[in-house]
Design a protein around this ligand. Structure first.
Ligand code: CA
Length: 408
């Protein structure tokens, strides 16, 4: 047995919608030597679609997995999310975090984008293995904010990188030597914004069984407020046979989300939705019989109307307004109001407190956002660019500061 390489011997995962949100946009994966957490964002059901696309990209990996293959998978997920968003206005601006760890040959191979974390639990101590790609984490690294202040900061949920946000994604990768008994702990921010590291460590110390620990951690987050979806994945390494303390997961899919309507449809391949133009052109090109002059005129009129509807739809999808939203933060709504007709939908929480914005600035039209520029961060950037809230120093660049690390 001692000759066998160190591998995963126990797996557990648990996720919950929390006590405030109405659906769960987190996705988790725990299968053999690969574990991952994705925390989706975007209006309607878009966040869970993005998270599911990210999980699917790593599920497709075979053979020994290292940071190179994981990085490639995250880059392909980035492209898949952007393709899907481009083909469906309701998915515009969606994105997701992704933290994934593969155990291979005694090493933890770690990649991440965004603020979902990987920790190492070893000898009764918890150590964070990933650096959050978030506004507050950047400020802590620069020494302009303490770790405690970061937990209360109004921008604590604003991330600086996400899959789907930009055409090219910068994936952080690192490896960590593992020892028998080590536990890898992956989680979405719904855990660590409610339960600090000492609280997480206390649960890990009290509950040696990983399934119990995963459930207890989620319960702790909910008892502390449960303001966000919360997800925990645990993997212990050693030399024995693999125990799966979570429910059987034969498909490797994220079956712990049975209550999510979108779960089934998100497993379909992306794209496939025909563009408006394609649907319009099809009858016009299908000339199996002679078409009368009147028929041609009617066809042309229908074409014009469809093009106008398509244009209006396009314009609506690129119109944004800021409004006070749940949690006393400023939300960006997508769409327009035409007199009594309300064509808006909630799109993105900026994290900016309503109190920081003067009343006259709420309901302000933020202007259009072009296709490539419409990212999960655009809403926040628009709020800052319009001078509606105090601007953290790292986001003061005149260009959209999506990648604070490289732009600052
Ligand atoms: Ca979250």
């Amino acid at each position: 047995m001692a000759d066998a390489p160190l591998h995963v011997v126990e797996l557990a995962r648990h996720t919950d919608t929390g006590r405030v949100r109405d659906h769960n946009e987190d996705r988790a994966y725990a299968h053999d030597e690969l574990v991952a957490v994705a925390d989706g964002m975007g209006g309607a059901a878009a966040g869970e679609v993005a998270a599911q696309l990210a999980i699917r990209a790593i599920r497709q990996l075979t053979g020994p997995i290292d940071t190179t293959s994981l990085r490639t998978a995250l880059e392909s997920a980035n492209s898949a999310i952007r393709r899907t968003a481009a083909s469906d206005p309701s998915k515009q601006g969606m994105g997701t975090t992704m933290t994934a760890v593969a155990v291979d040959n005694g090493l933890a191979q770690i990649v991440h984008v965004g603020d979902s974390r990987a920790y190492l639990w070893r000898d009764g101590e918890l150590r964070q293995l990933t650096d959050d790609h978030s506004v507050v984490a950047e400020m802590v690294r620069r020494g302009t904010l303490s770790a405690d202040e970061a937990l209360q900061h109004p921008h604590r949920n604003v991330i600086t990188r996400a899959l789907g946000a930009e055409p090219d994604v910068v994936v952080d990768a690192t490896t960590e030597d593992l020892r028998p008994g080590d536990v890898l702990l992956l989680c979405s921010d719904g855990l660590y914004t409610e339960v600090d590291d000492a609280g997480i460590a206390a649960v890990m110390r009290d509950l040696p069984g990983l399934d119990d620990a995963a459930h207890a951690l989620v319960e702790c987050a909910n008892q502390a407020g449960g303001a966000d979806n919360v997800t925990v994945v645990l993997a212990r390494v050693g030399y024995g046979p693999l125990q799966r303390s979570a429910r059987p997961d034969s498909s490797g899919t994220t079956q712990e989300h049975p209550t999510i309507d979108g779960a089934a449809h998100t497993d379909r391949p992306p794209a496939a939705a025909p563009a408006i133009g394609a649907r319009v052109l099809e009858p016009a090109g299908a000339g199996r019989r002679r078409v009368s002059r009147t028929g041609l005129l009617i066809g042309a009129a229908v074409l014009v109307v469809l093009v106008m509807i398509g244009g209006a739809w396009w314009a609506i999808s690129r119109s944004f307004t800021i409004q006070p939203g749940p949690g006393h933060t400023v939300w960006v709504d997508q769409g327009v109001k035409l007199g009594p007709i309300d064509l808006t939908s909630t799109w993105q929480d900026t994290g900016v407190p309503v109190a920081a914005v003067t009343a006259g600035q709420l309901s302000q039209q933020l202007g259009s956002v072009g296709g490539e520029g419409a990212t999960v961060h655009t809403a926040v950037n628009m709020v800052w660019a319009n001078g509606l809230a105090p601007i953290p120093s790292i986001t003061a660049a005149p260009t959209p500061p999506t990648h604070a690390k490289t732009g600052g």
